[in-house]
Design a protein around this ligand. Structure first.
Ligand SMILES: [Fe+2]
Length: 446
């Protein structure tokens, strides 16, 4: 049994009704609307021999970047592999990519989805899984270029806006802010629900210091992308960053309490954003009350994962926030073990960035600012190797400027402030850091 989807891709083990279900789940995933997994479960219940449905489920669960989903991911992968002999080349490409992910070869998996997207450019799922993978691996230019390869095949196709939204984010991460904003807004004109396109435009405003515009843009568009979204928490995080730049602390905390925590920090991606926000407040010296504890339980359950060093760094932020020295030591030991674990992608991430990052943040937490600087400054050159966006990895610069100020290291504090001001000359936060750097000099002269 074989049918063809809306974009011309052959689907094995499926009749027309199953293919309609797959299409709907794919479009939901493109829009980050809840809940493509529930949709795909319904597809599988109708057509258990549809290899693509199982491969879809495995790919989505893999790229959630949370070991908690691994058992379900493996279950779907094994079901897909059992159907692989009857599947077509495109479907086997998805299955092979998910297998590489399960083996810890995240980079190989992303190349696998990428190759599938080259052979089948109107396979939007392959484009998106490779895109999320490029994000997870910090492949800034591939966030742009891998999507660009598929773009010519999407003109006028259903879902074109979602591919444009992905391209917009890639343009932003590649520093082409003007084209990113234009493309992101074009994507939103095609589909207002596209939370990823809105996210790309928000990133442009974040990177270019347009915090006031960022507040207006996210507020004005939220009624389009927030309802039913499984990604809104991250756009709320961006909104909180804009408010933080302007020193609007009550609004930052309200966003944490009501919006960023909307999913109750049930998955690693949400824990990451909650932790990253509290850490920025903590580093600035703002009390956050008992909010760390809302996150600590989630990270304690993941302390031994050794799954994704980017997550581990965010766990460390929380263990510093709660003052849990034992958890900090345990996490460092686990990250050391992950770093020593052969050729897997996460071993590299842990070695290059995760371990020095965790050691640096722990040192910052106990007031050893010289050690924090020693660990964190060299990471600046290669932080992209453990994934995330420029805006997320800005936490290293943020922490370094504070460490330098507290250490009384005037040249470093001024250098860090100058670096930040060059990108965002009007940022009130950056200007405040520069003033504090200057005050160090005045104090020394006095
Ligand atoms: Fe973001």
């Amino acid at each position: 049994m074989q049918a063809t989807d809306l974009w011309g891709n052959a689907v094995t083990g499926a009749g027309p009704s199953t293919v309609r279900g797959l299409e709907a789940a794919t479009l939901k995933l493109h829009a980050y609307q809840a809940d493509p997994i529930a949709d795909i479960d319904a597809v599988i219940a109708e057509a258990p021999d549809c290899a693509m449905a199982h491969a879809f489920r495995a790919g989505v669960l893999a790229t959630a970047l949370d070991k908690a989903f691994e058992p379900e991911m493996l279950r779907s992968l094994e079901a897909a592999e059992a159907l692989a002999p009857r599947a077509n080349d495109r479907e086997r490409g998805h299955i092979a990519a998910a297998r590489r992910w399960a083996e810890g070869d995240y980079a190989g998996a992303v190349e696998g989805w990428g190759r599938t997207a080259i052979a089948h450019p109107r396979d939007g799922l392959a484009v998106q899984l490779a895109h999320i993978g490029d994000f997870a691996l910090g492949y800034s230019h591939m966030l742009r270029d891998r999507v660009a390869r598929a773009l010519p095949h999407w003109r006028g196709a259903p879902g074109e806006g979602f591919i444009l939204g992905m391209h917009a984010f890639g343009l932003e991460e590649s520093g082409d802010y003007e084209a990113a904003e234009e493309t992101g807004r074009r994507a939103l004109a095609l589909d207002r629900q596209d939370g990823w396109a809105a996210h790309a435009v928000a990133h442009v405003m974040e990177m270019t210091g347009r915090a006031g515009e960022g507040v207006s843009f996210l507020r004005d568009t939220a009624s389009d992308w927030a309802p039913g979204s499984m990604f809104a928490f991250h756009n709320w995080w961006h909104l909180a960053l804009f408010h933080l730049d302007h020193g609007n602390l009550p609004e930052v905390l309200r966003l944490f309490d009501e919006d960023i925590s909307g999913g109750n920090f049930g998955q690693a991606l949400e824990l990451v954003d909650g932790s990253a926000l509290l850490w920025r407040l903590h580093a600035l010296g703002h009390p956050v009350g008992d909010r760390w504890h809302r996150l600590a339980e989630g990270w304690r359950a993941r302390i031994a994962d050794g799954y994704y060093a980017f997550n581990d760094l965010h766990a460390m932020m929380v263990f510093v926030g709660t003052g849990d020295a034992a958890a900090q030591r345990e996490l460092v030991a686990n990250v050391e073990r992950a770093a020593a674990r052969g050729s897997g992608t996460n071993a590299m991430m842990a070695r290059e960035v995760g371990l020095p990052g965790c050691l640096g943040f722990a040192a910052f937490g106990r007031g050893d600012y010289a050690e924090a600087v020693a660990q964190l400054l060299p990471i600046r050159a290669k932080a992209n190797r453990f994934g995330g966006s420029h805006a997320q990895r800005d936490v290293f610069s943020w922490t370094l400027v504070e460490a330098a100020l507290r250490l009384g290291d005037k040249p470093l504090a001024e250098a860090m402030a100058a670096e930040r001001l060059a990108a965002k000359p009007d940022s009130p936060l950056n200007l405040a850091w520069a003033r504090r750097g200057a005050a160090l000099e005045a104090r020394r002269a006095a």
